[in-house]
Design a protein around this ligand. Structure first.
Ligand SMILES: Cc1ncc(COP(=O)(O)O)c(C=O)c1O
Length: 447
């Protein structure tokens, strides 16, 4: 990146750290499903002079002078987004997914109202009503549903819970459920109790745009998505109100806008807004559609390879970009496998599996996904190779057992970590992967 030379002049220490991170991103296979590598154009907008501006308010109604071009940029971002998702209202100012979900609650609910969402340990998000420690769980009455032990949702059970609890809002979204949501069914459940329906498509927005995942737009009232995951833009989020939402409440868009600003935020991050506009332009291309479909093809090939080689996945596969490996048959914890994979330059995260008996700090799974490796141009052939490496790594570390004594656990993980980075077999795989990964570029724009 050529802006590194300016940083180097002023702050060589930070320039060197950025340089090292660039190198790391090139040499590893980043497979955390909520991440992506943006294009040079998105990075360029993020690093532009737009970061200098204050523009509280919305296009045409600002509390600061000098926003002629900012207004044009934000309007472009909004219009492109509306066209991309086929919605009548979009707000591109939320700083990220969590404040965006909070804005929906602030706009449409009163403190103490009931929200119903997927349990964190079953693949929900903290902002979906996770009890005690989160804003959504503390300021609202929260009811949570869960996936079944095999990882699938039982929609009849969820429907019964909704009938019993009568939530004011149903939040449907996930960080770990690898399957499609049946949006029509969710609408029926919401309608059976008169609930508002919020689709949180933080993870799958890019797949939705690319036609690789069902769109919630015809069925839900509000849609939230983050712009930094499969849709491959800057860190941020968007709130959209659908035709259905506006029919239900013609002021819903205005309420959402007012909740974002002045309700919860100050000045929008205009450099991010411009980067979103660029991202939406890229996401509207035929090349992006192909990319989105390839993400899913890659995830399916990877999951088939893992299953063929004896691993168990939650729901036995995937419809989307993400996979959760259930390590209970191997009796090794996710932390050890995630660390061992990092030791061979494959970056994933440890994760709970459905109805995990282990504590969340030492869960029985790892979660991984294909958005970044697909951005880098990898296809089915490479997924088979990556799958084989993952299987070999798990075999190599499957003998490690979490100590029964709670006090011993942190020490154990620390000790194993040192061993893993000295392990000869893992060292050999690391060399192979480094050589393999650098062949695939990390910043790619679209024509
Ligand atoms: C489903 C879902 N909702 C909301 C969020 C929150 O987004 P952020 O991390 O940008 O606050 C995430 C982030 O991972 C997510 O996966």
């Amino acid at each position: 990146m050529n802006n590194l030379k300016f940083i180097k002049k002023t702050d060589p220490q930070i320039a060197e750290l950025i340089n090292l991170e660039n190198k790391r991103q090139k040499e590893v296979l980043e497979m955390i499903p909520s991440e992506n590598y943006t294009s040079d154009a998105v990075l360029g907008a993020l690093g532009s002079t737009l970061t200098n501006k204050y523009s509280e308010g919305y296009p045409g109604h600002r509390y600061y002078q000098g926003n002629k071009y900012i207004d044009e940029i934000e309007t472009l971002a909004i219009e492109r987004c509306k066209k991309l998702f086929n919605v009548p209202h979009a707000n591109v100012q939320p700083y990220s997914g969590s404040p965006a979900n909070t804005a929906v609650y602030f706009a449409l609910l009163n403190p103490g109202d009931k929200i119903m969402g997927l349990k964190l340990s079953g693949g929900g998000h903290l902002t979906h009503g996770h009890p005690n420690v989160t804003f959504s769980g503390k300021y609202f009455t929260s009811v949570q549903f869960n996936v079944e032990p095999d990882g699938w949702l039982d929609m009849e059970k969820v429907a019964l819970l909704a009938k019993k609890e009568k939530p004011k809002m149903l939040v449907v979204g996930t960080t770990a459920y690898p399957r499609f949501f049946d949006w029509k069914k969710w609408r029926q459940i919401a309608d059976s109790v008169g609930a508002l329906l919020l689709a949180d498509i933080a993870h799958v927005a890019g797949l939705v745009v690319g036609g690789a995942y069902p769109s919630p737009v015809p069925y839900v009232d509000i849609v939230m998505f983050t712009t930094h995951k499969t849709i491959r833009g800057p860190r941020g989020a968007v709130l959209m109100v659908t035709d259905r939402g506006l029919k239900r409440d013609p002021d819903m868009g205005k309420k959402i806008d007012r909740a974002v600003f002045p309700g919860l935020s100050g000045g929008p991050h205009d450099n991010v807004t411009a980067a979103m506009a660029v991202c939406f332009k890229e996401a509207g291309t035929a090349a992006f559609k192909k990319y989105a479909k390839q993400i899913v093809k890659n995830a399916k090939t990877l999951s088939e390879t893992l299953i063929k080689n004896g691993l168990k996945l939650t729901t036995d596969g995937t419809d989307s970009h993400l996979i959760v490996i259930d390590l209970r048959p191997q009796q090794v914890i996710g932390n050890i496998v995630a660390e061992a994979l990092e030791a061979v330059n494959i970056v994933v995260n440890y994760n709970t599996v459905p109805h995990d008996q282990n504590p969340p700090m030492y869960p029985s799974g790892v979660r991984l996904g294909t958005p970044i490796v697909t951005t880098r141009g990898m296809k089915e052939k490479e997924m088979k190779q990556i799958g084989k490496w993952i299987v070999d790594v798990i075999k190599e570390v499957a003998h490690y057992r979490l100590p029964a004594e709670k006090e011993e656990r942190a020490k154990f993980v620390k000790k194993v970590k040192v061993e893993l980075w000295k392990n000869k077999k893992l060292g050999e795989i690391r060399k192979e992967i480094k050589k393999f990964a650098v062949k695939f570029p990390i910043f790619v724009g679209f024509e």
